[in-house]
Structures are given as C-alpha cells and as structure tokens.
Ligand binder design. Structure first.
Ligand code: 13P
Ligand code: SF4
Length: 319
C-alpha cells in the first residue's frame, strides 16, 4: 500500500506538471479511478469518456481503458496527444472483427446502414455510418428503424440481439462477443435470485440473452451505477465486470452488491468477470507514458477522418 501511495502521488504530480488529464473507465484498477477523480479527470462509461476527452482543454489525454477508447479520443481530438498506460490493452470484440473481413461483409450488403459498437478498431469505424455505445445503441437503432433502414450490426451479438428484440429492427449481425460478459450464466442467476428475492438485477447488455431477460435494469456501466444509487433496494446482483464494484461501493456505501454468477453449480468464480485487458492498466503505466511519452496513440489521417463521421453522428444524436 505504501508503494501504491507513492506511485499514485508521482502519477498525480506528472499529470499536473504535463498539463494532462486522466480519462478512466470503471473497469480499471480502483487506484487509477480514484486518481482520475482526484486530479480533475473523469471515470465513466465509453460514451462519457469520448465526450469528456473531446471537451477538455488539456492537450494531453491519458486514457486508462482499452485501445478503442484511446483511438476514439484521438479520432475526436487529432491535435491532442493521446497516451495509454499499455497499448496492448485490447478487447475481444475488437480482435474478433478484423477490418478486411468486416469490409467484405459490408460489401456483400450494400443496402444496409452500417452500425458498429464503440468496441472496434478505427479501421472498422471508418467503414461505418454510425457508431454507438451501450448507453445509446437502443435509441439510435430505434431512430434508424423508424426511418425504415435495414441494419448491418457489428460486432457484439448479445448487445445486437438485445437491441433487435427491443426495437424489432431488421439487423444482420456479426458474430462477436465479450469474453467477460459472455460468461454470465442465466440458470445460476435464477437460483441466486431465489436466495435474494428483494435484490434488483443489473445487467450490461453484452451479457447473454437469458441473463439480460432477468434484468431490472439493462444499461451501460454509467447507467448501472446510476441504478445502484437511485433504486430503492438494499441488494443488487450485478452482471458486469467486477472492476465496476469499486465505484458502486463508493457511490452507494449502504448497499449490498453481489456478483452475478459466471460459473455453473452456483459457484461464482471471483476473478472470472474481470477483463484481462482492462487489468493491464496500472499506475506505473501512467507514470511511464507521461515521463517517457510511451504508449502514444496514432491513427492514420485518412482512417481518422473517415472514422470521425460515425462518432460525431452519435455525439450529435445524444447531445
Ligand atoms: P460501457 O460503454 O458500458 O462502459 O462499456 C464498455 C465496455 O467495454 C463494456 O465491456
Ligand atoms: Fe472488451 Fe469485454 Fe473487456 Fe469490455 S470487458 S473491453 S467488451 S473484452
């Protein structure tokens, strides 16, 4: 703990000295989340991270999260320096949707409006008409469906399936999944709910259908946090990455938070619901990127300008 305190103080010093701001996701290490809050940065979901980085005056953004979050920041703010504590921090959805195959999929269906989830590479976004995050996917697809558009959706099949069931839109889907949320088990959740009859069930929509169907609230990480604070219940069963519990406990100290099951036979694997790529973000990485300029995000200009359109369309829609 003393060493972590020293690292945190050093990172805070460097953030100030370099005129930088730390933009963190709820799944990263708790010390990094606290550091972001304490130094005037933000900790939030991927929509708010993109908005905050774009609007902040700092010319250096340190993005603690996974690669697509750093890329989105750079796409929206090309003149800013965007650094990440570890450039190898990626996402199974991004890895599972390579741009060549994705372009071929789009070429085969030219009549469809291309909607991609934020968790994709800049090259995939460059081909899309719209980008969405889990917090705004539903109203945006509802809007497109009302205009009579047919949709090509990528890459998360669970989020896509949820949106399709809710909106009735015609959606042709890529077959991707988040390796963390895909592990939540519907049957075991049913059993756990019986043990906690008063608990509210909060679910991130990257989870499988049987889990989503049991939810009281389905939403992005920021929306799930809001639900814990606002809902009138003592117990919550939460199906999302367990990095989220740090902020939930701080924001709602009197509430009991229970991890949704990720393993069969009622056995919850405590470390299963944690993204290995989010876990690569560390205080030392923040220090290294600010001290030595490690981990700078670069996006080729033609790709960046192409990708910018779909992100801006989303931000204008939610504004
Ligand atoms: P949110 O936009 O809900 O924060 O989701 C990002 C993510 O990667 C969830 O796994
Ligand atoms: Fe990607 Fe899942 Fe990790 Fe989120 S939790 S970054 S969707 S692998």
């Amino acid at each position: 703990p003393a060493q972590r305190r020293d690292l945190k103080a050093r990172a805070a010093e460097l953030i100030k000295a370099r005129g930088a701001v730390l933009v963190a996701h709820y799944y990263v290490d708790g010390d990094l989340q606290d550091l972001a809050v304490e130094t005037g940065g933000c900790v939030s979901d991927s929509l708010e991270m993109a908005r905050f980085g774009r609007d902040h005056a700092a010319q250096t953004l340190v993005v603690a999260g996974v690669r697509f979050m750093g890329e989105s920041a750079k796409i929206l703010s090309p003149a800013k320096r965007v650094l990440m504590p570890d450039l190898d921090a990626t996402c199974s959805l991004d890895l599972g949707c390579p741009s060549d195959a994705f372009n071929a999929f789009c070429d085969a269906h030219p009549d469809r409006t291309v909607v991609v989830y934020a968790n994709t590479s800049a090259a995939v976004k460059a081909r899309a008409d719209w980008m969405v995050t889990s917090s705004c996917a539903l109203p945006i697809v509802r809007h497109l469906h009302a205009q009579g558009r047919k949709i090509l959706w990528a890459p998360d099949r669970h989020l896509g399936g949820y949106i399709q069931r809710e909106t009735g839109a015609d959606m042709l889907m890529w077959n991707g999944a988040c390796i963390v949320h895909d592990e939540f088990k519907g049957l075991e959740l049913e059993l756990l709910r019986r043990e906690h009859p008063g608990a509210k069930i909060l679910v991130h929509p990257e989870s499988p259908q049987h889990v989503v169907e049991q939810a009281d609230v389905v939403g992005s990480t920021a929306q799930l946090l809001k639900a814990v604070i606002e809902l009138d219940a003592r117990e919550f069963i939460v199906a999302t990455d367990n990095g989220m519990f740090h902020r939930m406990r701080q924001a709602a100290p009197g509430k009991v938070l229970i991890e949704a099951p990720t393993a069969g036979n009622g056995a919850t694997c405590k470390s299963c619901a944690h993204c290995p790529w989010m876990a690569m973000n560390a205080l030392q990485g923040v220090i290294d990127c600010l001290e030595h300029g490690h981990g700078e995000i670069q996006v080729d200009e033609p790709v960046r300008t192409q990708a910018e359109g779909c992100i801006r369309r989303m931000l204008d829609f939610v504004a």
